[in-house]
Design a binder for this molecule. Structure first.
Ligand code: SF4
Ligand code: SF4
Length: 99
């Protein structure tokens, strides 16, 4: 991979849940009280993942496996990254850039 390609490579998704607590994707349902998509699980995964992952429409959004587009100044993600580093599990998330 060239340096330019390396620069363009998205940050991995670390399943912090931040984006699904900002707005729901086209498959989600917004829970106004909890202020998150109602399909975001307690461990910050998508409860619909296995149902929607192969839908062509899901390629654009939520784009499982495409990496994170909300990594800048994202405290929630930074905390999850710190946890992954503490637990030495980073390789899992480098390989599996899915939400
Ligand atoms: S790492 Fe990024 S894409 Fe993944 S859940 Fe967090 S904010 Fe969303
Ligand atoms: S990816 Fe799943 S949890 Fe996230 S907004 Fe979409 S349906 Fe909800």
């Amino acid at each position: 991979m060239s340096t330019h390609e390396e620069e363009l490579k998205p940050s991995p998704c670390v399943q912090c849940g931040y984006c699904c607590s900002k707005c729901a994707c086209q498959f989600g349902v917004w829970d106004h009280e909890a202020r998150r998509c109602e399909f975001l699980t307690e461990d910050k995964k998508c409860a619909l993942y296995h149902k929607i992952k192969d839908w062509p429409e899901a390629q654009m959004s939520p784009a499982f496996g495409a990496g994170c587009s909300s990594s800048l100044f994202n405290e929630v993600r930074m905390q999850k990254v710190a946890q992954i580093q503490r637990e030495n599990k980073w390789e899992e998330y480098e390989l599996q850039t899915a939400r």
